[in-house]
Ligand binder design. Sequence first.
Ligand code: FES
Length: 168
Amino acid sequence: MNSTNHEPKTDAAPESPERRKLLGWLVSVINAVVAIVVLAPTAKLISAPLITRRRRGQWVPALPDDLQMGETREATIELEVKDGYRTTTRRYVVYVHRNRNGLLCFDPSCTHLGCRVRFQDEKQRYFCPCHGGVFDSEGKVVSGPPPKPLVQHPVKSDGGQIYVYMEV
Ligand code: FES
């Protein structure tokens, strides 16, 4: 025995560069598939609120158009809203008013801190129950802390129906 070579003997042929390249490519493909399988649901979960936040508007029927001059009426509007993966029905209350210039539609949220105002027919005023804010029938501040008029929604009459443009 004159051999000092301690390397193990193998029958396997040395790896060729092509085989190494193919294995590297295969590992990359498997990694990409695993990354897609793991990251896709996570990305969808994260992006769902962003999708919901994207505002879209639509004209929604609010009332039959039998509103008299100077009259204010409360209307409840139902909207189908896509909320991530679900579709839900949301209800919104608005006030629609007709004056000599046409129709006006008010959001009932007080512009002070957001309490819901109520319209009193006999006084022709909106009253806020929280801090005594008062608005006239055209949404302008009459008294109290509200800093600005009631927010308006676009409104139109078409075919005997009053429609309100709502952003969701
Ligand atoms: S929230 Fe309406 S007056 Fe303050």
